[in-house]
Design a protein around this ligand. Structure first.
Ligand SMILES: Nc1nc2c(c(=O)[nH]1)N[C@H]1C(S)=C(S)[C@@H](COP(=O)(O)OP(=O)(O)OC[C@H]3O[C@@H](n4cnc5c(=O)[nH]c(N)nc54)[C@H](O)[C@@H]3O)O[C@H]1N2
Ligand SMILES: Nc1nc2c(c(=O)[nH]1)N[C@H]1C(S)=C(S)[C@@H](COP(=O)(O)OP(=O)(O)OC[C@H]3O[C@@H](n4cnc5c(=O)[nH]c(N)nc54)[C@H](O)[C@@H]3O)O[C@H]1N2
Ligand SMILES: [Mo]
Length: 749
């Protein structure tokens, strides 16, 4: 199980990157974090002489393989991207037809881009005018180009704006819906895409169905339980439609009410118990608060194959339970890859010793809490069974219910067949051969019906819908302030009964949009719209007519419900450029943001943080460790590669502070916390910034906690968590923590 920090899905696939003629990478380091996938990038270079461009505050191993590298100041990707758009529009390198037919509100983006002259971009980002021009020219003139991002774009308080502006570049260049193009977001844990799709999130139901009463009723019916019973599980009905706490701020739910803590909105109660399944805890920002919250809890349960280091961090002595969870090698089931493909994972060994699989743990918990029947009933419905087989019937339940992203075709039987026939697929196009002819590997969603091929490239109108083609989704009405939101004339997927834009399909409009007549029997069975049509008649009829059930609309460059309808630059809360915070201030403080009041302007305007905390703090990953790092630090050989927690530091910065290579240093945060780590000279960072890996735990603010591990479980490498000093700051939409754009102060220890 994984948590879900990243967001977005790949529009294309890793293999398809081989078709690109240019690759631009924002805030991702695949040579280190996706080393197998990175092979496809290098293949693009071999095959097409693809130019690789890297935009990163650090000269990474990926940057070392790039043709052009721009060392950007953390948190300034929006000015950089607007700088690119400025030059694209000015030189007429944009794809006018694509924009006219398939994009809404690009004119407003053009207006904003006008402000970002290359000179201004240089001032804000630190990337020279010449380099911006070179990158924009190379990228715009070598189409198709693919745009890559990962955590360097998301982990900022403007992360969601970053992830909106990046696709806008692709829309402007007509790079969407084509082989070798798209936005390819490199997702994190192996099944993080599946975890997101299945809603390890607190603001939607599975499949991104909203929290409206209508969605809840659809799920109640699909799970075979009474809606009123479901509603009765909540303190009051209002909470049923309220977003939950997010992982990044669960601690605030515990600490609320103490002096200086953020206020919560949780039906009048603090959080009192914590159940952890697949999160390292020390990977969460604000570790000092996390520790305090752990200490204050009444109950802590940690289900993990290793000793979860939350148990080490806390001083709590009673009611802390460490349950041995089985690993993914000891269970089976479907997982979803970064490109929306499903795979079947088989059990390698039976759960070892006393460990239990995650589903067993959840079933046992449901039994003790008295709702096991309701919890598992959905698995019996498809074939009207008395007993279910796990995980096959769980997979089939998902296929039966989730229409929004098109999982109807994902039956356990089909997914197993794909994995068994792995060798019968082309790795670049994902096309199948022999017994798999007519299907793409892993049936990338949307896979509209039980015979659909899967969709390897989203928004590709050069293929018929039944072979994976589709336009952009119609989701926000058909018209806005007099402007048509549907796709332009003639821009429907080939072979469509309706050649133009069309709305999402409902029982009411299906006959008109598809040009068909339903029989009385069909009319009696059909659901209200494509998202809740359990009869599957809408999907079937759409496939016959070459129509995407979700409609054919324009992509939105503008989200009128967001605080920034068009993405704009806002300086980090702790900005090294206080001279820029007036012109580019952060948001107003936000009340009830996933149940917690969240500070923005009040932090940024409190003082000029850069005076006392002059160094930029960037965090990220190492190739030999993963996440909170407990498994790898427990491996003698992996731990030996980086046995100690360290800080990458430019020799010039170190010299100015009287620090030598290998000295111990204190790093202080604006919140008053500190960590003690080893200085490591590196030219990957410029003298104004340092880099910390976040994979360590077992030390806290200078104190070695090794003695607190249960006997025989102390990892080979322990050290400070970078998250003890990452700064306060959360994205305005998603609440992802700003772990890549803070400030710090450094001294010799
Ligand atoms: N070996 C290994 N592989 C992993 C993981 C691991 O822990 N170890 N974790 C997995 C997971 S969960 C994930 S989410 C992925 C993450 O994969 P990545 O996103 O590649 O991981 P990071 O190293 O955190 O960050 C990527 C880069 O963003 C840069 N960056 C920081 N701030 C900015 C900025 O403001 N702008 C720009 N343009 N760049 C910036 C950093 O310098 C860094 O090089 O990796 C996965 N793969
Ligand atoms: N400063 C800073 N902080 C960051 C980031 C950053 O770039 N900088 N990146 C963030 C990101 S993108 C992520 S994804 C998180 C990652 O951080 P975590 O979510 O903490 O990720 P992992 O270390 O992979 O933790 C997984 C935990 O699950 C356990 N586990 C493994 N397999 C199983 C299983 O099958 N069942 C159960 N029950 N448990 C299992 C592991 O032993 C481990 O304790 O860190 C985030 N934190
Ligand atoms: Mo992640």
């Amino acid at each position: 199980m994984a948590n879900t920090w990243g967001y977005g899905a790949m529009t294309n696939s890793l293999g398809d990157i081989q078709n690109a003629k240019a690759i631009i990478i924002f805030g991702a380091n695949p040579a280190v974090n996706h080393p197998v996938g990175f092979g496809h990038f290098l293949k693009a270079k071999e095959r097409n002489n693809a130019q690789i461009i890297v935009v990163d505050p650090r000269m990474t191993k990926t940057a070392a393989k790039a043709d052009i590298y721009a060392q950007i100041r953390p948190g300034t990707d929006i000015p950089f991207m607007y700088g690119m758009l400025h030059l694209i529009f000015k030189n007429g390198w944009h794809d006018e037809k694509f924009i006219n037919d398939r994009v809404y509100a690009m004119d407003e983006v053009m207006e904003e881009a006008k402000k970002w002259t290359p000179e201004k971009v240089e001032d804000v980002t630190g990337v020279s005018v010449e380099k911006l021009m070179q990158i924009t020219r190379v990228y715009s003139r070598s189409t198709p180009g693919t745009l890559i991002w990962a955590m360097g774009l998301t982990q900022h308080n403007i992360g969601s704006s970053n992830t909106r502006l990046a696709p806008i570049i692709q829309l402007a260049l007509g790079n969407m819906g084509v082989e070798g193009g798209g936005t390819n977001i490199l997702r994190g844990h192996d099944n993080v895409q599946g975890a997101t799709d299945m809603c390890c999130l607190s603001h939607t139901l599975p499949g991104y169905y909203g929290l409206s009463a209508g969605s809840w009723k659809y799920f109640a019916k699909s799970w075979g339980v009474d809606y009123e019973w479901l509603a009765g599980r909540f303190k009051d009905k209002k909470m049923m439609s309220a977003k939950g706490f997010s992982l990044s701020r669960w601690y605030a739910g515990v600490l609320a009410g103490k002096p200086g803590e953020d206020k919560i909105h949780n039906a009048g109660t603090n959080l009192k118990a914590l159940f952890v399944m697949g999160n390292g805890i020390t990977s969460i920002a604000q570790q000092a608060k996390v520790k305090e919250a752990l200490d204050d809890l009444e109950l802590i349960v940690l289900a993990d194959p290793f000793v979860n280091e939350a148990a080490i961090l806390t001083d709590k002595q009673d009611d802390v339970f460490i349950l041995p969870a089985a690993t993914q090698f000891e269970t089976s089931g479907s997982v979803t890859a970064t490109n929306r493909s499903a795979q079947w994972r088989s059990k390698v060994v039976e759960p070892l010793y006393e460990s239990k699989t995650d589903h067993e743990v959840m079933f046992e918990l449901a039994k003790r809490l008295g709702f096991y029947g309701e919890y598992t009933k959905g698995m019996l419905i498809r074939e009207n069974k008395k007993e279910f087989t796990f995980p096959e019937d769980a997979t089939d339940e998902i296929a039966r219910i989730i229409k929004t992203i098109g999982l109807t075709g994902w039956t356990a039987e089909r997914i197993k067949k794909h994995t068994d026939n792995w060798h019968m697929f082309d790795k670049v196009s994902l096309r199948g051969f022999g017994p798999m002819k007519g299907e793409y590997y892993g049936l990338p969603w949307p896979c509209w019906t039980e015979t659909h091929s899967g969709s390897p490239i989203l928004y590709n109108i050069s293929l018929p819908v039944k072979e994976g083609g589709m336009g952009f989704r119609n989701r926000f009405g058909v018209e806005r302030e007099g402007v048509d939101l549907l796709a332009g004339k003639g821009s429907a997927p080939v072979g469509s009964a309706n050649p133009d834009g069309y709305p999402e399909i409902t029982a009411e409009n299906i006959e008109e949009v598809l040009g068909i007549t339903l029989t009385d029997e069909e009319k009696a069975k059909i659901g209200k719209n494509w998202k809740v049509d359990t009869s599957n008649i809408i999907a079937q009829k759409c496939m016959e007519a070459g129509i995407a059930p979700y409609g054919n609309a324009k992509a939105r460059a503008k989200v009128w419900t967001f605080p920034d309808p068009i993405p704009i630059h806002r300086e980090p809360l702790h900005s090294p450029r206080s001279d820029l915070t007036k012109a580019h201030p952060t948001y107003k403080d936000k009340e009830n943001h996933y149940r917690v009041d969240t500070k923005y302007a009040s932090v940024q305007s409190e003082k000029d943080w850069s005076k006392d905390f002059p160094v930029n703090l960037v965090t990220g990953r190492l190739v030999n460790m993963n996440g909170a790092g407990v498994a790898e630090r427990g491996s003698k050989y992996l731990a030996a590669l980086t046995p100690e927690m360290f800080c990458d530091m430019h020799p010039d910065l170190a010299f100015n502070l009287g620090i030598k290579n290998g000295n111990m240093i204190w790093i202080h945060s604006p919140e008053g916390t500190k960590i003690k780590v080893k200085a490591k000279f590196s030219f990957s960072v410029s003298p104004d910034r340092v880099f910390l890996p976040f994979h360590y735990a077992g030390h806290f603010q200078g104190e070695d906690l090794s003695h607190k591990y249960p006997e025989g479980t102390t990892p080979y490498a322990v050290g400070e968590s970078a998250n003890t000093v990452t700064n306060y700051g959360y994205d305005i939409i998603t609440q992802i923590p700003e772990t890549k754009g803070g400030l710090c102060h450094i001294e010799k220890a």
